[in-house]
Structures are given as structure tokens and as C-alpha cells.
Design a protein around this ligand. Structure first.
Ligand code: ZN
Length: 269
């Protein structure tokens, strides 16, 4: 078989697999370099920990910025979090293009991660989840506030993103760059942003921090709801100064102790 025919056969088989069409005529972006094995290990653990802790179910995702390339991040292919392994991880650029998708389905909401990494140089890990306990705080006028010290990272408030405001009637998903950018703008400099009728995005400077924040944010939502019910709406929240002092002291020691525990519980799964 001549080279030309070989190439043609190869191209046709790629089109058949849907690979060429998915790139819309563009070349895939170049890799920013492989992640360290320890970081891959932590990212896989993050998916499984958040599933085990009831923060993620069949939906939601975690990503980490590539430490070697600020304009690349890594997350799983479209897959239930509890099933994620190192082989499922895919690298993306900040336009949401996969470096090496190999025909695998992608999370449609990867633009959440892409646009936050673009907007926030300090963010190195992002979680998106649909925890039901958080939803009331996005659909009522009751703000999510810290009721205990483990949620001191929301002492400066939690903004609410309403996709309807800029985009009218949608399927509620942040499934392109424009929607991701609008979400990142509402997040601003905060540690998380609620999404009306949908869920939340939590950001942090490391995987243990973003996982810890996601777990305690969900707990805080439950405890706040209980406190409001018991207290007839009158609740003593952390003062912003108390929350700030907790943050200055190292935000739950970077969740290091808990991270070790959470990780050991998902090992070998
Ligand atoms: Zn979602």
C-alpha cells in the first residue's frame, strides 16, 4: 500500500471514530508535561474521597492545574467519580480542548475549570459538585455562612451564580467558554461559588485543600440548616474576624491530617 493510500485509510478511520470531527479541524493542543506520579495519585484519590464522603455521586468532577504549565489542567474523562483511575485522566488547555482524548467522552462542564484557571492564578485545584444540602442557599435569599470553624474559608461570603441572568433559558450546564467565564467572574476572589438550582464550585491552592473545603462546605450547609430550624432563624455565625483569624492560622492546617485519613480509606478500592 502506498503512503498516500495508507494516510487516507488512516484519516478515514479517524473520522469514523469521530476524532477528526471533534477537533473541528484544529490540531490538539500540546502537552504541558506529565504530572508527577504523586499528583496523579492525589487527583485519583480526590475523586474517590469525595464520592465516599457523599459530596460527589455519579456526577461532578475534580481537576488540578499542571504545575509545569499554568495553561494546562488535568481531569478525568466523563466517568462517575468513584470509578476514576489514573488511566482515565486527560489534560486540557484553557479553551477546554483535550490534549489526547483518544475518542473518550469528556465532561461537558470542563469549561468551569478552564475559565477559573484562566481567571485565578492562585487556584491550583477545582471541584464541581451537586451536593443537595447546598442547593437551598442558591435558590432562597438565605446566604450560606460559616456556622463553625471548619468552614472559616467562607467568612468573606459565598456568591451565587444564576446562569439565567446572562444566558436566559439554558439546560443549566456551564458547557462553553462564555458560561465558564461568567461563572469565574461571579466567583471573583472567593473560595467557592454557588450555582442556582445546580450545585457549587470550590477552588483552592492544592488538592487536599479543595477536597477539605468541599467536604466541610457541605457539612456547614447541613449544620446551618439545622441551626436555623432549631434557632427559629436566629443563629450566631462566625464573625468575619474569627473566620479570618482561622485562615491566618493556616485553615485547618491545610487539611493534612484529614487528607492522610481520607486517602487511606480509599486506598485499594
Ligand atoms: Zn454540574
Amino acid at each position: 500500500m502506498s503512503d498516500i493510500i495508507t494516510r487516507r485509510v488512516f484519516t478515514v478511520s479517524l473520522i469514523a471514530a469521530g476524532l477528526v470531527t471533534s477537533l473541528k479541524g484544529q490540531q490538539p493542543p500540546a502537552t504541558g508535561g506529565a504530572l508527577e506520579p504523586a499528583l496523579i495519585d492525589d487527583l485519583v484519590a480526590a475523586y474517590r474521597i469525595l464520592a465516599q464522603q457523599g459530596v460527589l455521586d455519579g456526577f461532578g468532577h475534580v481537576s488540578v492545574r499542571n504545575p509545569r504549565a499554568a495553561n494546562r489542567f488535568v481531569m478525568s474523562r466523563s466517568l462517575a467519580p468513584e470509578l476514576v483511575t489514573a488511566a482515565d485522566l486527560i489534560e486540557f488547555d484553557l479553551d477546554g480542548n483535550a490534549v489526547d482524548a483518544r475518542g473518550r467522552a469528556l465532561y461537558s462542564e470542563r469549561f468551569i475549570h478552564a475559565e477559573i484557571y484562566r481567571a485565578r492564578a492562585d487556584v491550583r485545584a477545582v471541584v464541581h459538585n451537586h451536593a443537595a444540602s447546598l442547593i437551598p442557599f442558591g435558590v432562597t435569599t438565605v446566604p450560606l455562612r460559616p456556622v463553625y470553624h471548619m468552614a472559616s474559608f467562607i467568612g468573606d461570603g459565598v456568591p451565587v451564580f444564576d446562569i439565567r441572568k446572562n444566558f436566559g433559558m439554558t439546560d443549566m450546564l456551564v458547557s462553553d467558554t462564555a458560561k465558564g467565564r461568567a461563572l469565574a467572574q461571579v466567583l471573583g476572589s472567593k473560595s467557592c461559588v454557588l450555582m442556582r438550582g445546580h450545585g457549587v464550585v470550590v477552588v483552592g491552592s492544592s488538592i487536599p485543600i479543595v477536597v477539605g473545603r468541599s467536604i466541610y462546605l457541605e457539612m456547614n450547609a447541613r449544620v446551618q440548616t439545622q441551626s436555623m430550624a432549631m434557632g427559629g432563624g436566629r443563629v450566631t455565625y462566625l464573625d468575619p474576624q474569627e473566620a479570618q483569624k482561622m485562615m491566618d492560622a493556616g485553615e485547618n492546617r491545610g487539611y493534612e491530617r484529614a487528607w492522610e485519613l481520607w486517602k487511606s480509606k480509599v486506598k485499594g478500592q
